[in-house]
Design a protein around this ligand. Structure first.
Ligand SMILES: [Mg+2]
Ligand SMILES: [Zn+2]
Length: 194
């Protein structure tokens, strides 16, 4: 038995919920309808589900850490209704100009996650609606899935092609991404789903 887990690193805005620029209150959080059930399918499979989100609105003074906590409590509550959960929530609060290590596509949030959980990144996935999500997957050696539910998904597809970022799967939405991940994981992991 392996003591490490595969994980799915999940972007938030444009992937789990409607991307409104700089979401700052829980009342404005609109989770896509297919998401809670899809997260639950990942939970049941034994893959860890870890939110990794760039929130430069904090550095820009557009929301506080308390606002962010309230939004993530609302997100967890929406998931709980389908018995789904996030195993961890990681956020980069910095400004792009700060040059931090955690802002995607920097690997900092995945490094934080692996320091907290026994994760095998090489059997893990990153799902997001922007090129930096897939670029992060390429950098850490995970598989990258681009979902088309974000306002910049189409542009991101072109950016990935231009920058030679390898996309393992282009999925119409998060539920399709999860279906692909579970098929891929069953086929490629010796442990397989639990
Ligand atoms: Mg996004
Ligand atoms: Zn950061």
């Amino acid at each position: 038995m392996s003591s490490t887990h595969g994980a799915v690193f999940v972007d938030r805005d444009g992937t789990l919920n409607v991307d409104v620029d700089y979401l700052s209150s829980p009342g404005a959080l609109e989770v896509f309808p297919q998401v809670p059930e899809a997260v639950f399918r990942l939970n049941r499979s034994g893959l860890k589900v870890i939110l990794v989100t760039n929130q430069s609105g904090i550095a820009r003074g557009l929301l506080s850490f308390e606002d962010l906590d309230a939004i993530h409590q609302k997100l967890q509550a929406d998931l709980t209704r389908s018995h789904a959960w996030l195993d961890d929530v990681l956020c980069c609060p910095h400004h792009p100009a700060d040059g931090c290590r955690c802002r995607k596509p920097g690997p900092g949030m995945i490094e934080q996650a692996t320091s907290r959980h026994a994760i095998d990144v090489s059997t893990s996935y990153v799902v997001g609606d922007q090129s930096h999500d897939v670029e992060l997957a390429n950098r850490v050696g995970a598989k990258g899935i681009l979902v088309m539910t974000g306002p910049r998904s189409r542009e991101s597809l072109a950016v990935c092609q231009t920058k030679r970022v390898v996309i393992d799967c282009v999925a119409p939405d998060f539920a399709d991404a999860v279906s692909w991940i579970l098929r891929d994981w069953t086929n490629s992991s010796p442990a397989g789903p639990r």
